[in-house]
Ligand binder design. Structure first.
Ligand code: NAD
Length: 466
């Protein structure tokens, strides 16, 4: 443990509050040990950050695409140069293991998305040229963008918000989640090595700071990723200043397994689609619908795969699943699984947390023979507990999948791609994957349908919203 602390001390020291300034101890969700001390910023720091952003933005916009791309590539290099230290801070603060699709993967994604933003070009578009009239659509920066993020993928989502905003010539004020300020402050400390002063500032405050961003006349747009409830509050509070909004909100993604799928072949993909980041992923598979012909075989194959995936403290190299990030989320998962058990559903794996163990570990849990109306199916669990619902006809499965207000992602699993595409076309979700779930790419637009939000991120489409 000591060597790890030494390895992560330099960035953590750099972002710690100055003597006499307010600070808050951040504890490791896996061990309860101290990770570091985060500054506690308030409205005064927010005003200073917005003023600095407004001062820095015109020169940044005037610098042109090439200069901005070069700076974003330099930022990616800085992330890569500090990758291991960043991954260790992320692992200790968020809980996610270093390996698997977790901390090192997330830091790698930060560099990849910075480079993708640098490489993406959005040219003026001639939309009319008929001999007498020529009309050209230009994309201009908004000014100062507010970026408000969650605690599940804190570094990657910060880059998703910051990189395209910078690429288009904006300045950014970032409000990290209270649960994961160190990860975001450390990341921005590294990225800022490559950027002009004042252009990107993190204000590590609570929801009061977030709410102030959404109402502030000095901010032209808010990029928000978080829960649907907070998203609705932001829509309301941004109305007075008519802010542009990109809202990436909660989901409860359905996956439909068609009767021709091979249970053994899809088990690994289903597992990681659902349990990536220990289930704490917006576009994770959160409700699985399996045809009755192969229901028992899919349950068996999934349980066999899931039982072998190690969960534990993130800094231990062998682990691939970690704790829940915070007690509130742990309690949501525990409550939903208890409700499922009480209803008579069958727990195939897990469901029996060890209350004496330190940390917010909830075991990998699969629940079968569960009713579609059960809260574990109908509510977003955001943790390692997957309900598996049996269906008889595809119509019934589609109806159940579309039966909720949210629609972030969905997936269809089948040996026949054409058949899968036909079912996919009937699903109400921002993205529908075939034989995969939750895979994102910096050039493929991403965004929610229904109450999962509006606006798109990534690629050229993402730049158009900034
Ligand atoms: P949350 O809504 O509780 O908090 C998100 C951020 O909003 C935090 O920084 C918080 O401090 C801030 N905030 C809270 N109240 C605010 C207010 N009134 N005004 C402005 N800011 C405010 O969400 P969370 O619990 O951190 O994240 C989990 C949720 O996020 C899940 O529902 C998940 O599905 C969703 N999510 C969605 C995506 C996506 O891309 N659609 C990605 C990740 C997470």
């Amino acid at each position: 443990m000591d060597t790890t602390l030494q390895q992560t001390d330099s960035l953590l020291e750099a972002i710690a509050p100055a003597p006499g300034e307010p600070g808050r101890e951040v504890l490791d969700p896996a061990t309860g040990g101290l990770v570091g001390v985060a500054p506690v910023h308030g409205l005064a720091e927010l005003e200073a950050a917005i003023a600095a952003a407004r001062a820095a933005q015109p020169a940044w916009a005037a610098a042109g695409h090439e200069a901005r791309s070069a700076a974003l590539n330099a930022a990616a290099e800085a992330v890569e140069a500090n990758a291991e230290e960043l991954a260790r801070i992320l692992s200790r603060e968020q809980g996610k293991p270093l390996n698997g699709p977790n901390a090192r993967f997330e830091v790698g994604a930060c560099a990849a998305w910075l480079r993708a933003a640098a490489a993406t070009v959005l040219e003026p578009e001639t939309v009319l040229e008929d001999g007498t009239t020529k009309a050209v659509l230009h994309y201009r920066p908004i000014g100062v963008v507010g970026a408000i993020g969650p605690w599940n993928w804190p570094m990657m989502i910060t880059v998703w918000q910051v990189a395209p905003a910078l690429r288009m010539g904006n300045a950014v004020v970032v409000k990290p989640s209270n649960y994961t300020p160190l990860s975001v402050l450390a990341l921005l400390r590294v990225i800022n090595q490559a950027l002009p002063e004042g252009l990107v500032t993190a204000v590590a405050g609570d929801r009061e700071v977030g709410a102030a961003i959404t109402a502030h006349p000095g901010i032209g747009k808010v990029m928000f990723t978080g829960s649907t409830a907070t998203g609705k509050a932001i829509i309301r509070s941004s109305a007075e200043t008519v802010k542009r909004l990109t809202l990436e909100l909660g989901g409860n993604d359905a996956g439909i397994v068609l009767p021709d799928a091979d249970p053994e072949a899809i088990a690994e993909g289903l597992f990681w689609g659902a349990f990536i980041n220990t289930g704490q992923t917006c576009a994770a598979l959160k409700r699985l619908y399996v045809h009755e012909d192969i229901y028992e075989d899919v349950c068996r194959a999934l349980a066999q795969y899931a039982a072998a995936v190690p969960m534990g403290v993130g800094l231990q190299e062998q682990n691939l699943l970690g704790p829940l990030q915070n007690r509130a989320q742990y309690e949501i998962v525990a409550r939903l699984v208890e409700a499922a058990k009480a209803s008579g559903a069958e727990v195939l794996l897990g469901g029996n947390p060890d209350e004496d163990q330190p940390g917010y570990f909830y075991p990998t849990t699969l629940v079968a023979h569960i009713d579609n109306a059960n809260p574990l199916v109908a509510q977003e669990q955001f943790g390692p507990a997957l309900p598996i619902v049996k269906y008889s006809t595809v119509e019934e499965a589609v109806e159940m999948a579309n039966g909720l207000e949210v629609g972030l992602g969905a997936s269809v699993w089948s040996a026949d791609r054409d058949k899968a595409r036909e079912v996919a076309s009937r699903l109400e979700a921002g993205t529908v994957w075939i034989n995969a779930h939750g895979v994102v790419h910096p050039m493929v637009p991403f965004g929610g349908a229904k109450h999962s939000g509006y606006g798109l991120e990534f690629g050229v489409e993402g730049l158009k919203h900034l």
